[in-house]
Each structure stands twice: as C-alpha cells, then as structure tokens.
Design a protein around this ligand. Structure first.
Ligand code: CP3
Length: 350
C-alpha cells in the first residue's frame, strides 16, 4: 500500500491541490530509456523489452535510474502502453530497431482472444513494480502510473505496428463503429482495472497517453478519444477521488481545451507543436494543470538555444499551475548532460 499520508511532502502534487510554485515541478516523458547507459545495461540483463516490463526488480531499477541522476519531482512507472494488449492475450513483441509488432485484430471476430479477467496476472506483476518503487523512491518523489488511451492502444492492436496515419483503426471505426466500440470497451475496462491496481500499489498520479489523438476529425475525436478517456477518468474518480489524472492528447491542437472540459482530466500534457498562447491562456477557464512542452530535439541540440527556450517556457507559465515536461518523449540520441543542464536551468541554477 502507498504511504498516502505523506503525499503532501511531494511538491509534484502541489499544482493539483491548487498551488502555484515559483519553481515548477519537472519530470520528462520517457525519462528512463536508451539515452542512459545504465538503462542499456539493465535492458541487456533483462533480454527482451517485455521481460524488462514484467520483472519488477529490473523495471523498478530502470524507473529509479533517472531519479538518481537528476532528482526529478516525479518518477514514472517503467512499463509500456502495449502491456495492456499483451496481458489481454494478443501476441505482442518488440523487434530490435523496428518497434512493436502485434498479430493484428481487424474485426470483432478477433476480440474473442481478449480476456480482461486473464489480464490480471500480468497487471499484478506491474503493480508489484509500483509497490517496490514506493518503498525505494525518496519520500519527496511522486510516482506516476499510466496507461495508453484506448484509441492509441487500439491503433497498434488493429494496425499490428506503429504507422504514420493509423489507417486500419480509422477504417474499422468508419466501416463498423459498433464492432470497433466493442474493442474500445474492452480497453476501457482493462485500463480502469490496470490503473486501479497501480493506485492501490502506491501510484500518486496517473497519466493517460493518447499519442495518436491528433489523427481524428471532430466527431470521431469525440467518440474515440474524448468519451473513452472520460469513462476512465470517471471510474478512477469513483475509486480514488484524490488521485489526479493527466491526459496527453498529442496533436489535439486547440481541441485540447474541449478535451479537458469534456473528459474532466486534472492535468493536460501539451505537445511540442502547441502554440504558446494555447499553453498560457486557452486553459484559463478550465480547472486544470498544464504540462509541457519543450521540443525533445532541442534537448538533443542543447546549448544556448536550449537555455533560451527553457526560459521562454518558464516566463510564459509563471503564475500558472504548471509542470515542466517535454512535448513528447526523450529520444535515444539525447546527451545525458543536456538533461542535467535542463533540470538546473528550470530550478534556477543553470
Ligand atoms: O516514460 C517513461 O520513462 C516510462 C516508460 C514508457 C515507455 N513507453 C518505455 C519504452 C512509457 C510511458 C511508454 C509509453 C508509450 N509506449 C507510448 C506513448 C507515449 C509516446 O511515446 O508516444 C507509445 C506510443 C508506446 C509504444 C511503444 N513502445 C513504441 C512505439 C516503442 C518503440 C519505439 C522506440 O522508442 O523504440 C516502444 C518501446 C519502448 N517503450 C522503449 C521504452 C524505453 C524502447 C524499447 C527498448 O528499450 O528497446
């Protein structure tokens, strides 16, 4: 069980309680990963990527690595959004240098192989990682649990791999909306169960990654991005009223405001392309914490331009309930010293 009584010591959570901090909390998407030599060593020890996700000792270790180096205000559970389809019974593997490969599900017939009850075994392994982390993390470090949003997870399940346009999922949704809804409903149920177990094991906050939210026109966005996220938000709210939920509707643009109003998320992750006025003003009427949005490639480039941009974002978001992050995940070619430079700059020492 988590040490819930001590969450007030975790400054990461302060913006969700309504506080504006002089120095915003900072964590980075994909803060554990291949840019760190210690990650590559643990990854080699685990063998394949999913074994790393399903070995609590090793998954906890890679979660802690960036905390030891940089002292981020929050750790994010090391796992993957594709753990959910894997746990449900779809075959998932990660091919070196190519990314995820799944045996695609293209119609309702394929849903028979998915079983929420069967997923529990693997969800509990991930929950064990969370419980270990709550023991091993510094008391002041918050722990973020996560899942992929049903739409984004479905795009991989239907396509069988990553794609530029998520065409197969979009086509299924147009041709057979009821059948596609059945897939989304399985993912909603599984995601709620998965997140519930993460919170019970000690997660302080949850993030829902909707990487491909930007690929849908308005009515489809409402049905496949907004509605499932609201369903998860409401179910988690009933189970754990004090746990903040951050949505990351990547590519949603100005529609992100609608997404916040309609889903009821407590925080919104802004992607790299979100314009400054949207970050600083568009959410003013919403009761929401804004998170983002430094370009991960600027963290590769480093130098004076990195410092300038960090300062611009800090100035823009001063006096707001804000969490510093990237606009998408850290990329493998990021020099670790640039991350140290960023953290020092945000905290006023760089
Ligand atoms: O942020 C963190 O540090 C926590 C761990 C985390 C990973 N993936 C580890 C990972 C999180 C939160 C994710 C989320 C995730 N996974 C998303 C949503 C966010 C985003 O980046 O858009 C998506 C779309 C995935 C699916 C996924 N996992 C892909 C497409 C790939 C291959 C691409 C790549 O970078 O290799 C992965 C693999 C993956 N997930 C790695 C890591 C560290 C690299 C795998 C390795 O070590 O070989």
């Amino acid at each position: 069980m988590g040490e819930r009584g001590e969450t007030c010591e975790r400054r990461f959570l302060a913006p969700f309680r309504g506080d504006v901090l002089d120095v915003p909390p900072i964590w980075l998407m994909r803060q554990a990963g291949r840019y760190l030599p210690e990650y590559r060593a643990t990854r080699a020890e685990a063998g394949d990527f999913l074994s790393l996700c399903y070995t609590p000792k090793l998954a906890a270790e890679v979660t802690l690595q960036p905390i030891r180096r940089y002292g981020f205000d929050a750790a994010i559970l090391f796992s993957d959004i594709l753990v959910v389809p894997d746990a449900l019974g779809q075959r998932v593997r990660f091919v070196e240098g190519e990314g995820p490969r799944l045996d695609p599900i293209r119609s309702v017939d394929g849903l028979a192989q998915l079983d929420v009850a069967k997923a529990v075994g693997k969800f509990d392994i991930v929950a064990e990682t969370v419980a270990r982390l709550r023991q091993d993390l510094p008391r002041e470090t918050a722990l973020i649990g996560f899942c992929g949003a049903p739409w984004t997870v479905a795009t991989y399940m239907v396509q069988g791999q990553g794609s530029a346009d998520q065409a197969e999922a979009r086509l299924w949704a147009y041709r057979d909306p009821e059948g596609f809804q059945a897939l989304i409903d399985v993912l909603i149920a599984a995601s709620v169960d998965y997140l519930d177990r993460q919170v019970k094991a000690g997660a302080d906050c949850l993030q829902i990654f909707d990487t491909w939210a930007g690929s849908l026109p308005d009515d489809e966005f409402d049905r496949w991005v907004v509605a499932p996220t609201r369903a998860i938000r409401e179910a988690i709210g009933d189970l754990h009223p004090d746990i903040p939920v951050i949505g990351f509707p990547r590519g949603a643009g100005a529609t992100a405001v609608w997404y916040v109003t309609e889903t009821g998320v407590d925080g919104v992750g802004c992607d790299t392309a979100t314009p400054p006025f949207v970050m600083s003003e568009a959410f003013d009427e919403e009761d929401v914490v804004v998170q983002g949005n430094l370009d991960p490639l600027l963290l590769v480039a480093g130098g004076a331009r990195l410092d300038e941009r960090v300062d611009e974002i800090l100035d823009l978001m001063r006096n707001k309930r804000f969490i510093f992050n990237l606009g998408h995940g850290i990329v493998p070619q990021t020099p670790p010293e640039n991350v140290a430079r960023l953290v020092a700059r945000v905290r006023g020492g760089g």
